[in-house]
Design a protein around this ligand. Structure first.
Ligand code: PLP
Length: 429
């Protein structure tokens, strides 16, 4: 099949994320990927600025990850987790319990980030149910969040930029406080707490848990907020006896400069969701961790936690996750993220002066150029591809979350292309 025929078939028969089934935007065919580069069917190479939606932290086709997968494939690709267990799952749980904040000791393995969020919400609801407080069944969150595409996850994602209007009447109704305006790099302003504090005071009897993305709100707007907000949220949760769910699916495994973003605030949640980078971008996999206390309450009077996916704790995914985590920790990963942060700051700083740019912000290995207007995706995507980089903007955001193996020269190239495209937008190109 020629590249043209393949793309034509794709266009007629295959769904892509968030696209029209009848008028899909163009897609590019990738035939292989190596290190920080994607190779297209037409032979062009693109420098990857996305880590495949923030997962491929070690780049592509990594020999160590390949080998871990190969070895595990020869032992067993999969085995059910009901009534059985296996070394890759045990080793991964050991690592996750050791790496995450102290009280998180119980690990539930699941298939994707959205499912990890569903599991977290079910844990919180079962926790209150087991204490005969089933009126505590709603969630409190902040605007601009993103927690996934399944129903419970959509219901706690931002009501405006999320999908609430399309599924009106079908989503559970939760409480949304204003997101903090204080930025991670600026002075804390206590008025940021008002909306959250008031809602909490008013509704805490109905609230099972607070759910939010710590420090960095990802797909809901790439916003970075002050750690003080998170600290005060933790204090309020303690005060009202409400659980705190930290969705670290985007932020986990070093992306923000800390292993987990909760560490910026020095707090520990009652439930934590991990996903995306957990397998280094190799397989769909996630985990929900909770405390001894939460699990003890759920298990009270013979209670069982009601979730158990077919592919729970898939051995291939666990094996590659173990290898990915070891790979991350074997070097001075924190110094490396600092290096990327410095490179992104250097490269993106001059975008600040460009017309049409509302803001430039960098945290860890995340660089964001926020525009004053939404971009036209197909056109801007084509420009990036022509320039030899893979950057996929959304809304008003042109951003990068590159693989951690990206070199300084590559960061400079990537950010130059971002700057050039943004400059072109202002000129109406
Ligand atoms: C991506 C993401 C999810 C959903 O994960 P999927 O694997 O796409 O289901 C949930 N929460 C956050 C913060 C995410 O970034």
């Amino acid at each position: 099949m020629s590249d043209h025929d393949a793309l034509d078939f794709d266009r007629r028969h295959i769904w892509h994320p968030y696209t029209s089934p009848t008028h899909p935007l163009p897609v590019y065919q990738v035939v292989s990927a190596e290190g920080v580069r994607l190779r297209l069917a037409d032979g062009r190479e693109l420098l990857d600025g996305m880590s495949s939606w923030w997962c491929a932290i070690h780049g592509y086709n990594h020999p160590v990850l390949n080998e871990a997968l190969r070895q595990q494939t020869c032992r067993m690709a999969h085995v059910m987790f009901g009534g059985l267990t296996h070394p890759p799952a045990i080793e991964l749980a050991r690592r996750l319990v050791a790496l995450t904040p102290g009280p998180l000791e119980k690990v539930f393995f699941c298939d994707s980030g959205s499912v990890a969020v569903e599991v977290a919400i079910k844990m919180a609801i079962q926790y209150w149910g087991a204490q005969q407080q089933s009126e505590k069944s709603r969630l409190l969150t902040i605007r601009h969040g993103y927690h996934g595409d399944t129903f419970a996850a959509m219901a706690v994602s931002d009501p405006v930029t999320g999908m609430h209007h399309r599924f009106a009447g079908l989503l559970a109704e939760h409480f949304f406080a204003e997101a903090p305006k204080s930025r991670s790099d600026a002075e804390w302003c206590d008025t940021d707490m008002v909306s959250f504090r008031n809602l909490f005071a008013e509704c805490h009897q109905q609230i099972a848990a607070v759910i939010l993305e710590p420090i960095v709100q990802g797909a809901g707007g790439m916003r970075f907020y002050a750690p003080e907000f998170l600290r005060q949220v933790r204090t309020l949760c303690n005060h009202y006896g409400v659980l705190l769910i930290a969705d670290e699916i985007a932020t986990g495994f070093g992306r923000t400069g800390r292993l987990f973003a909760c560490e910026h605030a020095g707090i520990s949640p009652d439930i934590m969701c991990l996903g995306k980078a957990i397998t280094g971008g190799y397989l769909s996999f996630a985990a929900t961790l909770t405390t001894e206390k939460v699990s003890r309450v759920i298990g009270r009077d013979g209670g069982v936690f009601m979730h158990g996916p077919t592919f729970m704790a898939n051995p291939l995914a666990c094996a590659v996750a173990n290898a990915s985590i070891d790979l991350l920790l074997q070097d001075d990963w924190q110094a490396n993220i600092c290096r990327i942060e410095a490179g992104l700051c250097r490269g993106l700083e001059s975008c600040r002066e460009l017309p049409g740019v509302a803001d430039v912000r960098v945290m860890g290995a995340i660089g964001v150029v926020e525009l004053t207007q939404e971009v036209e995706l197909a056109a801007i995507q084509a420009q990036f591809v022509d320039r030899g980089v893979w950057i996929r903007p959304f809304g008003r955001l042109v951003y990068t979350m590159p693989p951690y193996i990206i070199s300084d020269e590559e960061i400079a190239f990537l950010t130059q292309q971002m700057m050039a495209v943004v400059m072109g937008l202002a000129k109406g190109e």
